[in-house]
Design a binder for this molecule. Structure first.
Ligand code: FE2
Length: 416
């Protein structure tokens, strides 16, 4: 497959457009380029071979993430609003559409790792082509066009930030399958907790507004804001640690069926779980595969790479519970939780379901969140891999209960 070089040549280079002085606020173009640059910064340590691998169907190749986020702007901004836009390649929409049925046929998700061509250099050219077209289009947009396109641009940037996190979780999973345990970044270190100890905050019974209210960016699944009865409940101020988890393991936590949901114990048994994801026993000692390579277990660090099933079993072992997403949000809004953001996503026991009155938007982008609102659990906060500026109190992340390749941990709740 070759790039449509002649079409690319008609557009100014991205570097030239960094000084663009069209009618659109320069800050928006700067933000667009900053987000696009962050994706490439995260991909930079990866070789072309690294970028092809798909270590399991839930993970995607880094090259695919780079291309899919580009397709998103090509499909939903340029394709629908820029008549003179020349698509980069006629096959790319098929290859890099993820799950948007409304946007046409697409390649099988679990076979993304079979796509050796287009190569990483082709995808770099694709990104450059779309960046240049986007900046030229935005720079020349009149007020009416800008009004139509700005919300799509925001969705596209936030979408790309979500994939930036997935790029790291997915390559970590791939590297964790490699016997030589490659380091994504040898100088990487796990974030340090801001709080320690067995410390509980109390939420008295009350009716609170939860969800996103106001004008700032948010995904549709955070709306409508609505009132919810919360408490009385106590929530742990601090995250559960590796030391806590080792005590659970030493007490036979993974072998004690009465601690587990039936589906959870079946999964743990089938997959041979004895410890969190990415933990390996080396010469009798547990080690953990990290972005910095294989490291010793830090007992003071928050436990990471656990599934909902494990979080739930741990809470039962401790005689506690997982908080609901509403309880988490109220405590976090009161600035009462240490490390609510920036280390591990925290499992809640709330099903990922629509808020009262939720309706997905019309059209293909209505497929972004709404069609996934069954059989998954909500996680709150953010993780060490979440890009700056992508966290908020109302943010609802969601995964299936057996998933544990994300940076996922927990804090406890108590109703005693
Ligand atoms: Fe996506």
């Amino acid at each position: 497959m070759t790039s449509s070089a002649s079409a690319t040549a008609q557009l100014p280079t991205t570097d030239a457009l960094r000084t663009w002085s069209g009618p659109l606020p320069g800050s928006l173009i700067e933000r667009f380029l900053a987000v696009r640059d962050e994706t490439e910064r995260r991909a930079a340590p990866l070789s072309p071979e690294d970028q092809v691998i798909q270590s399991m169907p839930d993970a995607s190749p880094a090259k695919w993430h780079r291309a899919h986020t580009t397709w998103f702007f090509e499909q939903f901004v340029l394709g629908e609003h820029c008549q003179e836009y020349p698509p980069f390649h006629p096959d790319y929409a098929f290859l890099f559409n993820s799950y948007y049925v409304s946007a046409g046929p697409r390649h099988t998700r679990g076979e993304r790792g079979l796509i050796t061509r287009p190569g990483a250099a082709d995808i770099a050219a694709y990104r450059q082509h779309v960046d240049a077209a986007m900046v030229k289009f935005l720079g020349g947009a009149d007020a009416a066009t800008f009004e139509a396109v700005a919300p799509l641009l925001e969705v596209g940037l936030n979408h790309e930030q979500q994939h930036q996190e997935l790029m790291l979780t997915d390559i970590l999973h791939a590297f964790a399958q490699n016997p030589i345990a490659p380091a994504y970044d040898p100088s990487w270190s796990f974030p340090v907790r801001s709080g320690t100890g067995d410390d509980w905050i109390s939420l008295p019974e009350g009716i609170h507004t939860v969800g996103h209210a106001g004008d700032g960016y948010h995904f549709d699944n955070e709306r409508p804001a609505h009132r919810a009865l919360v408490g009385p409940v106590q929530i742990a101020r601090n995250l559960v640690t590796n030391a806590d988890w080792l005590a659970f393991m030493d007490d036979g936590g993974y072998r004690t069926a009465t601690l587990w949901l039936m589906d959870g114990f079946a999964t743990a048994t089938r997959d041979g779980w004895q410890a969190p994801g990415h933990w390996y026993k080396v010469e009798g000692e547990w080690r953990m595969m990290t972005l910095g390579g294989l490291r010793s277990i830090d007992p003071n660090a928050p436990v990471c790479h656990i599934s909902y099933y494990e979080a739930d079993a741990f809470a039962r072992w401790r005689g506690k519970h997982l908080p609901t997403e509403m309880e988490w949000e109220i405590a976090a809004r009161g600035n009462q939780l240490n490390d609510a953001f920036g280390i591990v996503w925290q499992w809640t026991r709330s099903a990922y379901s629509p808020y009262p009155g939720y309706r997905a938007v019309e059209g293909a982008l209505g497929e972004y969140n709404g069609k996934f609102m069954v059989n998954q659990l909500v996680l709150r906060g953010s993780s060490l891999a979440t890009p700056a500026g992508h966290s908020r109190f109302s943010y609802r992340n969601f995964f299936y209960p057996h998933h544990r390749w994300q940076f996922t941990g927990l804090r406890l709740a108590d109703y005693a």
